[in-house]
Write a protein that binds this ligand. Structure first.
Ligand SMILES: Nc1nc2c(ncn2[C@@H]2O[C@H](COP(=O)(O)OP(=O)(O)OP(=O)(O)O)[C@@H](O)[C@H]2O)c(=O)[nH]1
Length: 350
């Protein structure tokens, strides 16, 4: 097979990265609803126990594959390889693959997957790593979170999103900081990820040479300078690929954790009062919150989302007859008092 034929046979893969709450799902929803004539397979990996991200995606004909529980470098890398291999068996079913990584992941191990596994490499090619950045919170994140910097450094295309939440001066500052980390990526500004999809997908932008200059060990089997998330359930002792370049976390009380809360029908007045109070008081530590809620006597599901103190919510759709009316809320953050949150959430029950 000639090199051109080879490239044609390989399905383009876009890895979507960006810190918690930056706007990855918003972008994905645009891609899934826009009339672009392409068929995408979407692979979603999320942080947190109760699968909520999948519920926040619009309903579309596109196929969504969810990979939960585990950090993407460990448990999930195996899942990713298997998912891609299975997708490849159905050759003409779709034109491209999008992998949405969790907000706390370093995208490098995900990108590596497309070079490491021979079967995957034969049939898929990494097209671009696209990072979405929350212009309101990114400067703080770059100060306190290594993954946020990795995501920017590694990206081929960067969407500086949420421009409505910053002044032009702040936006320039954000852009300069991002440029100082990654002078090569193509930058776009956006509000609610409103961008022409062609500027994001099928860019042919992934530049292996540049990545090797950032990380000379990128192509070495099993190498990644990644710290597993604290709730990574991967058995590291038995992993033969983890014997170098890997530093597992000691349980760090300040590291990012997720908590999932569940309840039945809620009293809306009590709930909104509670969530306002929680986000006012604990906002700085809440990196992300998202939930699907059942309010008493309300036939519709209510979706609530937040990043630090900015919270928004809306009705989504009717609860389906076969769907249990359950309220689920996930907080991802540092130094949150889980017991208190749980009890006070459950106290909002109708
Ligand atoms: N004001 C404003 N809000 C935005 C913008 N883009 C996204 N949002 C909101 O920000 C929140 C997070 O957006 P998501 O798309 O869910 O972010 P995400 O990166 O998928 O989040 P995780 O999956 O948790 O990492 C949601 O409430 C969005 O509606 C924007 O440009 N401006």
């Amino acid at each position: 097979m000639s090199a051109t034929q080879d490239a044609q046979a390989q399905i383009p893969v876009t890895v979507l990265t960006g810190y918690l709450g930056a706007g990855k799902t918003t972008l994905l929803n645009r891609i899934l609803t826009e009339n672009h004539g392409q068929r995408y397979a979407v692979i979603v990996n999320e942080f947190g126990e109760v699968g909520i991200d999948n519920d926040l995606l619009v309903e579309s004909d596109e196929e969504i594959f969810e990979m939960n529980n585990g950090c993407i470098c460990c448990t999930v890398r195996g899942d990713l390889i298997r998912t891609v291999q299975n997708l490849m068996k159905r050759k003409n079913a779709f034109d491209a693959i999008i992998v949405e990584t969790t907000g706390v992941a370093d995208p490098a191990p995900v990108a590596q997957t497309f070079f490491m596994d021979d079967d995957v490499r034969a049939s898929a090619r990494l097209d671009a790593v696209v990072a979405v950045v929350d212009s309101r919170h990114v400067l703080q994140r770059l100060e306190d979170t290594e993954e946020a910097e990795d995501q920017v450094a590694f990206a081929d295309v960067i969407l500086i999103n949420k421009t409505d939440l910053v002044s032009p001066e702040e936006l320039s500052e954000v852009e300069a900081r991002i440029r100082s980390i990654n002078p090569y990526a193509v930058l776009h500004h956006s509000e609610r990820c409103g961008i022409e999809i062609a500027k994001v997908l099928d860019r042919g932008a992934f530049d292996l040479d540049r990545i090797l200059s950032l990380d000379p060990h990128f192509l070495e089997h099993g190498h990644h300078a990644h710290e597993c998330a604290p709730d990574c359930d991967h058995d590291h002792d038995q992993d033969h690929h983890h014997d170098h370049g890997h530093h597992h976390h000691e349980e760090n009380p300040h590291s990012v954790k997720s908590i999932s809360l569940t309840a039945g029908d809620l009293n809306p007045e009590m709930f909104f009062q509670w969530i306002n109070q929680v986000t006012q008081v604990q906002g700085p530590n809440i990196l992300r919150l998202k939930g699907i809620l059942a309010f008493k006597d309300d036939p519709q599901r209510y979706v609530i989302q937040g990043v630090h103190m900015i919270v928004e919510g809306d009705h989504q759709r009717d609860w389906k007859a076969e769907e249990p009316r359950q309220s689920r809320l996930v907080f991802i953050g540092r130094d949150l008092n889980w017991d208190v949150l749980k009890q006070s959430f459950q106290a909002c029950a109708a």
